[in-house]
Design a protein around this ligand. Sequence first.
Ligand SMILES: [Zn+2]
Length: 269
Amino acid sequence: MPELPEVETVRRALEAHLVGRRIVAIQCRCPALRRPVPVPRLEQLVGSTFVAAHRRAKFLLLSLSPATTLLVHLGMTGNLLFGHGDGPHDHVWFGLDQGPPLFYRDPRRFGLIEVLSADEEARCAELAGLGPEPLTPDFSADYLQAQCRGRRRPIKSLLMDNRVVVGVGNIYASESLFQAAIRPTTPAGRISRGRLERLVHAVRAVLEAAIDAGGTTIADYQGTGAGGHFQHQLAVYGRSGKACRVCDAPVHSLVLAGRSTFYCRRCQH
Ligand SMILES: [Zn+2]
């Protein structure tokens, strides 16, 4: 499933190659995504120009002129790619005034495409109530300490809660906690200020390294283009029984809140 680094990788590709392009044709071959694609509203975007590519959590917000936003969530297997887009899973196709067309590919069809006015964007349920972005100063040790205070919930579950901080999915939560030497099951309220500072730093470092690597290619997901290669840098995620890269003890795994969780019993306390 694409997580924040993969979505950010797609966003950067769109910012570089889509902004400034005018839509000259639209075709929706299969509207049956998580919710039906609003085909008539989508078709009204012919003639509009892409002016910016933003990201909020794992949502891509593509701003158009005249003022409209194309909201895209990649779901489990979605991707936005440039090229012919004539494959069996290429559901929505945008012809552009220059260069190859843009198309939305999604074999499992859990993604989402919506057309929003400024008012609708402000009221959008998916975007409401989200916590701060992990790569902005709003996600600070002060902020995290306030969120953890008095909480008995395991720190990993708290870190993966979009109301606390967005975009820290399962892979990156495990990796950040390893880097901060904090055991994933530790009750959030018991972690000292100094360790929370380390954790904030680790979350940023892990996400930035993954973005630099173009995201993580796991199972059936590949980011825009050739796919990311951050999976080669993973310290604990998916490495159950293998030697810890720091101390050589076997990496331990358990299921926490329904999610596979990986950690080193010697390095993380
Ligand atoms: Zn270790």
